[in-house]
Design a protein around this ligand. Sequence first.
Ligand code: ARG
Length: 464
Amino acid sequence: MSHKPWEHAKTSGSEADPLAARFVSSLDYDRRLYKHDIQGSLAHARMLRDVGLITAEDLAAIERGLGSIESEIDEHGDDWSGWRVELEDVHMCIEAALIEKAGDAGRKLHTGRSRNDQVALDLRLWMLGVLPELTGRFEALQRAMVALAERDGRFVMPSYTHLQRAQPICVGGELMAWLEAFEAARLRAERLTSFWSRSPLGSGAVAGSSLPLDRDAAAAALGLDGLAANSIDATASRDAAADFVYALAMTAMTLSRWAEQWITYASTEFSFITLDDAYTTGSSMMPQKQNPDMLELIRGKCGGVYGSLVALLTTLKGLPIGYNRDLQEDKRHVFYAYDSVCDCLDMAAKIAGATRFNEDKIKATLDRGYLDATSLAEYLVTRGVPFRTSHQIVGRLVQLCEQRGLGELRKLALDDLRAQSDRIGDDVYDWLGAENVVKRYQTTGNAGLSGFEQQLGAWKARLS
Ligand code: ARG
């Protein structure tokens, strides 16, 4: 007879071959679900008592048994004696330990339940449970960005489109952009995950149960928002996991873009920022090197998180409806992506907290690239010139600067300016030069001084 307590229909089980035993087991990674598994079992057992399928004494024995199992695992972790690879997974190890402690009461716990609804529930509880931690990590990064913006945010810098100099902005205007992008990633994770706050428990293996289970009561006891509506879908679907990993992939993508930006800014060619020595490394050959390895690894780890998403989606794509063992692989990808993104968020917060923008270096080249050309065109609009015409006029003035080797619009004499448009007055110089321009933006959300101050205030209020 098989050693597996649930394999009585077979003459032997996977424990007969050590490779098969290891191959079918998910214990390596799913033991991480033990608290959620116990939480789900307690809710299930209480519901079984309430509908009269087990006695109050059974429930008391189950509660005592699960309580001590949880303390034992808390204490011994991976070394807990109940982890037995031949029992396949966290669910069976905990149930076997419970039966050892509680006898027949333990044997009643699985009434009306399958590992199929059990694991679907555990994973949802786990994902919902980590959301506050994830939020905390996002907020730590956002706080670090806000502190950096408070200190260096009023420095004037170029903005870029196509990686070509565009219009002048405040350093803080760009930092607010990253804050916004991180916020979108945080909200995406929160919304996509909380959408799945519906209980699969009571779906059984595939078809539900002929026993009078009270699914609503169990869901309410778990703090979930209702029920997964169909027993087959509830056990066969991993859409919740895919949404979660997608949200993590988007987070990794955002972090990777940011890392790339700052890697560029830390280069000698830009020198816009200085990274703290703790977050750079030297070269084993070139003595002078200070490489932005932590940022590069944030960029690099994004590949692994994308890999998790693609792996999970690929696992799912060919599956017939109803539970298939392929689904066991889902948790690897969920956990890998989560751990990697957590590391990256934590690292990003530390880097942001220790980075300085180099005002002098940024200033040294601020006059290059005609950052104020759009401002001049808008000045002409305030003088009644149609924008398309003003765009042409400024284009000609830029050409003139180039021909004369001036490099800056504000170096043109008033007569030269007026030769292109007699609408230009001597107040034009207030619209030229990057420092003047960043003070002139007035649209909501602008990346200049007023927009930065407004957004900074909102972020400080939001994070306080
Ligand atoms: N460890 C398994 C998983 O993660 C549990 C489900 C096993 N179900 C089954 N019918 N064999 O998916």
